[in-house]
Design a protein around this ligand. Structure first.
Ligand code: SF4
Length: 253
């Protein structure tokens, strides 16, 4: 039996910094623990499990208190209620990797819906089976498309990872979940890799966000434009965009 309590890393209020909901106010519930090892990971401190969760209080304060894991869905909903602010768009359940704790995530998402809050799940999509148990309680799903060159897993395991990610998006479509495919673009990402990945997205109702990495892996503007053109050969131009991480640009979490 899977745990109904969750191991979390942090709960805080900010803006969505990625994809088509960029700039929308969200409360972020970050699950602790991840099964992948992406070379560009910017939440490496949440890849392992955690003894404690940092909770912002009040919203926009940047002040945190520490609570001990594991947490019940009810306790997390209580913290979400404390962080509600005017203009709140939805609850982002992110990680780490939320699909590692599907029973908790489903209970939390259900609880959010009961109090009238929409749910946005951000996932690496490693298990379409687990995603399928959650899809009906989601409003938005942002599924990472990991390229082989991202080094997220052993090269032999990567085809299976990609299959699961694509299947998650098909499931989201069937359940009428608004879906986003996120591809992180690194310096040197090959057009052939983007082309092959975008071919797999054909036929899906999905928004593709090409997200430039930051720091040493940051791609050039020339690379971004070229990869956008490659992606646009396979996607509705309305549904593909280069979107940098806005929260980093304005210095937010
Ligand atoms: S899936 Fe996300 S949290 Fe996990 S290693 Fe990759 S970028 Fe980091």
């Amino acid at each position: 039996m899977m745990a109904r309590e969750g191991t979390l890393g942090e709960i805080f209020s900010s803006i969505q910094g990625e994809g088509p909901l960029i700039g929308r106010r969200q409360i972020f519930v970050r699950m602790a623990g991840c099964n992948l090892d992406c070379r560009y990971c910017d939440t490496a401190e949440f890849r392992a499990s955690a003894d404690v969760c940092m909770v912002e209080i009040p919203p926009s304060s940047g002040r945190y208190r520490v609570i001990r894991n594991p947490l019940s869905p009810g306790k997390v909903l209580e913290e979400i209620s404390n962080l509600r602010s005017p203009g709140l768009h939805s609850i982002s359940i992110t990680g780490g990797e939320p699909l590692l704790q599907p029973t908790f995530v489903r209970a939390l998402a259900n609880g959010c819906k009961e109090i009238g809050l929409e749910v946005y799940l951000e996932t690496n999509g490693y298990s379409s089976e687990r995603f399928g148990t959650l899809a009906e309680v989601l409003d938005y799903a942002a599924v990472d498309i990991k390229l082989k060159s991202h080094g997220s897993c052993d090269p032999e395991a990567w085809p299976n990872l990609l299959e699961n990610e694509i299947e998650c998006l098909w499931i989201a479509g069937k359940k009428e979940v608004s879906s986003i495919a996120k591809m992180v673009i690194l310096r040197g990402t090959k057009p052939e890799e983007i082309e092959a990945a975008c071919q797999r997205l054909e036929g899906l109702e999905v928004f593709l966000s090409l997200q430039p990495a930051s720091g040493a892996e940051k791609p050039s503007s020339r690379e971004l434009l070229q990869l956008h053109e490659v992606a646009s050969r396979h996607m509705d131009p309305e549904m593909v965009a280069v979107i940098p991480q806005a929260h980093k640009i304005v210095g937010m979490r």
